[in-house]
Design a protein around this ligand. Structure first.
Ligand code: HEC
Ligand code: HEC
Length: 496
């Protein structure tokens, strides 16, 4: 049995900090995260095959559900059904009556996220890495097969286990089979089912990396390239999000920071890496549970033995904590008890690109891991006021044994899904003073609290909240057309 070794992490702090803050606090200098190169030239046929498989509804069990059913371009590669987003938030799978515990995130730009299992990054002062809301999958290639076998998603399972044979048979019988054989060789279907699945994953991952899925064609990109101007509101939003006048991580401080880019970070050097608006760090923001989460009702062991939820409505999503402690070994703990790695209830900060991308203005999108929020204004208002009540000046202190005892006003937000002051960012709700970029606050132990002011009590005005929303709307792809990048062989000719 693996022995848990937590001593190494004794001084771990939670949350995420972008390098801007780290440098101010005179910590090490190197980059937070190394992103893969921006210009990916994926083999054309492989991308075409991946594109086709991504849309192939015959690959689920029963047939009817493709990747694109949950990750549709018109909604920013997130869920395309506005009614489900609005009234539910998590989504149904291939089998009738089954549904998942989390909301489909956008998969655009996922190819630019750091790969590997989540690890503690001493420069970022945060856990970083991995795909999915909890970071449990190290690469796009490995990620692709998971939805194929998930009982609450595409459900390719037999005898209680994932069935690569089932997927391989379906690919062989699908309209993609000829192209599959063209790309991987005419004998490809003689290979083992697991290999066939891995090749399908390779094609889909290649498609995910292609400029079709990650095109960098938002108004923000046009602005960066000098092809568009931001309105005063959008500009104000950009400055609040980044905390700097020019919107770059090393720019002069703006009069106010909403600290968004501490986690939804920008590139330190645009010639080396694009702005993805995340450093893939993990944090417990104190997001409330979503009462409509389909997983609460997924309690029938008989009909769904591998995907049922034994806790019913008491289920709490522990995010990366659940996955990493499963791996390292769970510490002895009571409910909300000691959490040596400080990871319970933490989720990956998603890219903010395409957060507002929707097929029409009235289309509702759901936000956060459980889809509890239904608009960007609501999200920003939550960041701004998580610790506040209807009583002016009252601040909820989540480090108290019962933070809700003796409150004069009514809390503005429901209780966090996972309430634990050791992983919650800024649990005491220290306010972000005007102009404050440097973490000078101390936590209850008297140590500098680097996460203070990141969320909970940002002291933003209504107008500033809207400005942030205006800026987020600039991150939707499709604002302009970008000519296809030259193929490598053409490039060579051109330079000759
Ligand atoms: C039933 C809906 C559904 C289907 C079908 C589906 N997904 Fe997902 N996808 C999700 C959900 C929900 C998550 C988040 C799961 C989690 O974090 O635990 C997710 C997460 C992802 C992520 C992670 C993105 C990130 O930022 O970490 C990628 C990539 C992805 N899916 C690709 C695919 C591919 C490729 C397929 C087809 C083989 C697919 N999905 C099919 C619902 C779906
Ligand atoms: C401490 C790190 C951190 C800071 C600071 C932060 N975020 Fe986040 N953000 C996250 C994490 C982590 C999530 C996912 C949380 C979850 O689902 O429980 C998230 C989710 C979001 C989402 C939902 C995206 C989606 O696809 O569901 C939006 C929008 C967002 N953040 C915008 C902002 C804005 C605007 C700010 C500044 C006001 C901000 N964030 C500050 C870490 C952070």
């Amino acid at each position: 049995m693996r022995q848990p070794r937590f001593q190494h992490f004794a001084s771990v702090t939670t949350g995420c900090l972008a390098l801007t803050l780290v440098t101010v606090a005179s910590a090490p200098q190197s980059r937070v995260v190394v992103f893969p190169a921006m210009a990916r030239s994926e083999p054309e046929q492989l991308v075409r095959l991946g594109r086709q498989l991504f849309r192939d509804k015959s690959l689920s069990n029963p047939p009817g559900l493709a990747c694109v059913s949950c990750h549709a371009p018109e909604s920013g590669y997130s869920y395309p059904n506005g009614a489900i987003n609005k009234f539910v938030g998590t989504v149904p799978g291939a089998v009738k009556g089954r549904g998942g515990n989390r909301r489909p995130p956008s998969l655009a730009y996922a190819a630019f996220l750091p790969t590997g299992v989540p690890h503690y990054d001493t420069n970022a002062i945060a856990w970083v890495g991995g795909l999915f809301w909890d970071g449990r999958t190290p690469s796009a290639e490995r990620q692709v097969v998971e939805p194929m076998f998930n009982p609450n998603e595409m459900n390719n399972r037999a005898g209680g286990k994932p069935s690569p044979e089932m997927v391989a048979r379906k690919i062989m019988a699908s309209t993609s089979a000829p192209l599959f054989a063209e790309v991987f060789g005419k004998d490809v279907f003689k290979r083992a089912a697991t290999e066939i699945c891995a090749l399908a994953a390779k094609a889909i991952a290649s498609y995910e990396r292609s400029p079709e899925v990650s095109p960098f064609t938002s108004k923000y990109d046009a602005y960066l390239e000098g092809k568009a101007q931001l309105t005063p509101d959008e500009l104000n939003g950009m400055r609040l999000v980044t905390g700097t006048l020019n919107g770059r991580p090393n720019g002069l401080p703006f009069k106010k920071s909403a600290h968004c880019a501490d986690c939804h970070s920008l590139s330190k050097d645009l010639s080396k890496a694009p702005d993805i608006f995340t450093n893939s760090c993990f944090a417990n923001l104190g997001v409330p549970p979503n009462p409509q989460n389909l997983f609460y009702n997924m309690t029938d062991k008989a009909s769904n033995p591998e995907g049922f939820n034994p806790s019913g409505p008491d289920y709490v999503d522990l995010g990366m904590g659940a996955f990493l402690y499963e791996h390292y070994g769970w510490p002895k703990r009571t409910a909300h008890g000691p959490d040596p790695l400080r990871i319970l209830g933490t989720f990956k900060a998603p890219s903010l690109r395409n957060v507002d991308k929707r097929p029409r203005p009235s289309f509702v999108k759901a936000y956060m891991h459980n889809g509890v929020f239904k608009s960007l204004k609501e999200v920003v208002h939550f960041y701004n006021t998580r610790n506040l009540t209807t009583q002016e000046g009252e601040v909820i202190d989540f480090t108290r044994p019962d933070p809700y005892a003796d409150l004069k006003g009514k809390p503005l937000w429901p209780r966090p899904e996972y309430l634990d002051a050791t992983t919650l960012i800024n649990p005491t709700g220290m306010g972000a003073g005007p102009g404050s970029r440097t973490p000078t606050m101390t936590n209850p132990g008297g140590l500098p609290d680097l996460d203070a002011m990141q969320i909970g009590n940002l002291l933003l005005s209504e107008k500033q909240e809207w400005a942030i929303v205006s800026f987020l709307k600039c991150l939707s792809d499709g604002y302009f057309e970008r000519p296809a990048p030259p193929r490598p062989e053409q490039k060579k000719k051109a330079t000759r």
